[in-house]
Design a protein around this ligand. Sequence first.
Ligand code: FA5
Ligand code: MG
Length: 567
Amino acid sequence: MKLLTTGAFVRASRSARLSLRYRASSNNTYYLGIRLASRVARAKLPEEFSIESSRPDQRHDSQATEGQITLEEQDDSKSAFKRALEAQQTLNKVITQSGFSGVKFRNAAFVFDETSNLSPSILDLVGRNLYDIPNHPICITRKLIESVFAQPEFINHVAPKPAVSTRLNFDVLGFPEDHPGRSRTDTYYIDSSSVLRTHTSAHQHAAFKHMKNIEQTGYTICADVYRRDSIDRSHFPVFHQMEGAKLWQLQPHPTEKLTRYQMLKNRRSQMSQDIEKLPKHGLEIIDEAGTFDPKTNPIQAEHDHPEVRMMATHLKRSLELLVNRIFSAAKEAGVGNPNAQDEPLKIRWIEAYFPFTSPSWELEVWWQGEWLELLGCGIVQQPILNEAGLSDRVAWAWGIGVERLAMLLFGIPDIRLFWSTDKRFLDQFHEGKVTKFEPFSKYPACYKDIAFWINAAPAGATPLTAKPDSGLAAAAGGDATKALPSETVPSAFHENDMMEILRDIGGSLIEDVKLLEEFVHPKSGRKSLCYRINYRSLERTLTNEEVNQLHNEVASRMSSELGIELR
Ligand code: FA5
Ligand code: MG
């Protein structure tokens, strides 16, 4: 059972005041040789979903290295700085002038305040738009997902602007004030009211509002998302998500007046027909969340139980079909089972908690000796639909980690590879094709330990027993093993602050970081932590001197920035 065990996640009161802008993708999609129907007319689509240029390479943000701008007027006020920031060309770089710092993204310029915690290593990855590069495995995977959730039923969006308001990322979706996902240790704040989106659900409200004006009954959105997170083979601070939703409406009759009950009966029968239309699959799936436990995973009070059961069946089957498609394509490409050769595939549904769905579930697959979470999903909280002007509709929604599917699809063993610019990686993939990834070589690992004292009890230390995604990771980031729910400012030590320094110094030369040991000194009551850092390049053998230099820099920055004492 998931999150509710922490007791911290009070189902939220919904503050849903919203506004958003969008645009949608509009082109023909080919997938594995199948031509999908062309997209709906551009003119109707909201501004923020976009394919802005017919040439994908023109859609990527410039990556200049300069960090200076000139203020035109002799005015060193914050507003003059903001105007200058808005006027300049360099995107996604920290600009500093007259005591102010800020950054310009595609959608807007932001002046940093005391909440900002963006790091250069993260900004370097903004604007790469991997989901939009036809021969990149992220884009190929996106297209495969879109081919399962395709026209004419679904409209497929991309959302290229990563800066969103805290209102859209959290408030509108009913995140409680003390949800760990809001913490500065877990989220990249641009300023006190804007973040790098932590999930594609930040665009849910706009996508729902847009549903009012179009014929489709569902949508997908693909985008890059950002989280301060741990470092290992399946977690990266920037990754891609796809969000999907499917809605059912109470349909008035064109001529007769129907009662609400009659409309409800019609909607139920529509759902039942839609389930019938879904193809069958041969996957064996363990369902550990087949019932609707009123305590841990309740049906919403205003919902009709038979409808929710049908929506749950439709939702789970649709996602199982996607997973089946992924595994079939992987098998065809010779990638095979993600486990040892002859072991059968192991896939399971478990209960989950998200502030914006109830009931909620997660789908996991057994991968390299542990459960790997692929996606979260559930029945959309009705107030969210009502707030978007859709009180006559009910819906399911899901959010998928695109890298996680791409790793299964191509047999890619390490999430860092997606960001590689090495031709030996990039040249292996071709639009519309699934091919088995051939590792170019496994270079040697170099382990270095770092041990230190911290002053207070470590809200930041992951217990040795906790595994990534072991059931405590919260919706849209925020891990209850790492941050006290009440903690919205950093505590004495937070593991993610260390991860950030490691990423700044080592970038993708760090494969993973594990807590090796922790103990409390019997007399002083101080806590000691020891982490093991695995330095390994995906592209070459690292020299000893190089690693020592990196590690010394890590030690020195940790002791000067994190208030710890090295042992
Ligand atoms: C969410 O982000 C929800 N917005 C999903 C959702 C949407 C639920 C709509 C209900 C309705 P979550 O935090 O579990 O949920 O992330 C979704 C998926 O993103 C995970 O299942 C995982 O596949 C992927 N993911 C999460 N963190 C990382 C990471 N650091 N690196 C790579 N993939 C990640
Ligand atoms: Mg999750």
